[in-house]
Ligand binder design. Structure first.
Ligand code: FDP
Length: 340
């Protein structure tokens, strides 16, 4: 069988779209090369003495792990030189990352989480890199304002993730379906392994951190209870699967069908909108889910319709198979109606 590399796939599809300038391909190629570098080091993290924490605390108030820091530096180093970006936003940086004077600027804006799920690194659990790509919506030149780059997730021109699991995979969409590529380490290429991924319309899995049950509102409790109940619409309890690493939980549900929830809770006032960040987690996953035939909401609204106001804005995320997400939306709507 002829094997298609991600670059070949990109070149063929680039011709079919308005991204025919080659700049978009350049951008994705830099992300792909960064992912290979991160993958190489994630797989031998224990040997490189890079496990553990740096001792610093990031903008989210979380301890920075050495691998987070390394992955962040790899992505910034490669992408600031690419000549196709006007700015970047990383989960690890408080502000927009500007392109240094020494490198040319372009009109794409990249938002990324260099290593999501990093609380799992030391235990060798799958983690990932998530990204969303936008076009600058105004202004020219080197100085970029938030207003020029913060946009609804629906404006993403592409989104994807790389999962560092038992194999390393790139899953991405440029608005024309979702494709998955597996890294063949012997040749150093991502090869098309999962063409045109479709999420099953209905699944058998629910994924949520149920330890927070007491901090949830009644709508969320009812929704989760629904999946645990043998009296739900298909008369079978769902299986609970929660890795605690968004990329891994999302990826499994994308392939097998199911629903992932990170709802709002009342544990910590800073997290009253949940934990996940709109730009670097919710919006890219929502675009992939929709492109694969699934859905993503914050309980009521479509994730891709939300207009973020800040780089690190958080949002509740309910994403996965259509039937399960619709069910949760219906429960939330009923509770909202009753509260009126
Ligand atoms: P992490 O903090 O390890 O980076 O947003 C980050 C994230 O992981 C997600 O990948 C994951 O889904 C979630 O946090 C897990 O949070 P809880 O431990 O609160 O369940």
């Amino acid at each position: 069988m002829r094997q298609v590399t991600v670059t070949e796939h990109l070149l063929v599809h680039q011709r079919e779209s308005d991204m025919a300038t080659g700049r978009f391909t350049r951008l994705l190629n830099e992300i792909i090369l960064s992912a290979k570098l991160i993958s190489r080091d994630v797989t031998k993290a224990g040997l490189l003495n890079i496990l553990g924490k740096t001792g610093e605390v990031n903008i989210q108030g979380e301890e920075v792990r050495k691998m987070d820091d390394y992955a962040n530096r790899v992505l910034i180093h490669r992408l600031e030189r690419a000549g196709v970006l006007c700015a970047m936003a990383s989960e690890e940086n408080a502000d927009l990352i500007e392109i240094p004077e020494t490198f040319p600027v372009g009109d794409y804006f990249l938002a990324f989480d260099p290593l999501d799920g990093s609380a799992n690194i030391d235990a060798n659990v799958s983690i990932g890199t998530i990204f969303g790509i936008y076009r600058r919506k105004g202004g020219t030149g080197r100085s970029v304002t938030l207003g020029e780059v913060l946009q609804r997730g629906a404006e993403q021109v592409a989104a994807g993730y790389v999962i560092y699991g038992s194999s390393t995979m790139l899953v991405y969409t440029a608005g024309n379906g979702v494709n998955g590529f597996t890294l063949d380490p012997s040749v150093g290429e991502f090869l098309l392994s999962h063409p045109n991924i479709r999420i099953p319309e209905e699944g058998r899995i629910y994924s949520v951190n149920e330890g927070y049950w007491d901090f949830w509102d009644e709508a969320t409790q009812e929704a989760v209870q629904y999946f645990k109940s043998p009296n739900n619409h298909n008369g079978k309890v769902y299986s609970m699967r929660y890795i605690g690493s968004l990329v891994s939980d999302f990826h499994r549900n994308l392939l097998y069908g199911g629903i992932f929830l990170y709802p709002r809770d009342n544990r910590d006032p800073k997290k009253k909108h949940g934990k996940l960040r709109y730009l670097v987690e919710a919006a890219p996953m929502a675009m992939i889910a929709e492109q694969a035939g699934g859905m993503a909401i914050d309980g009521h609204r479509r994730i891709l319709d939300i207009e973020p106001q800040e780089i690190h804005e958080r949002v509740p995320l309910i994403v996965g198979s259509k039937n399960e997400v619709l069910k949760v939306q219906e429960i939330y709507a009923r509770h909202a109606e009753a509260a009126r």
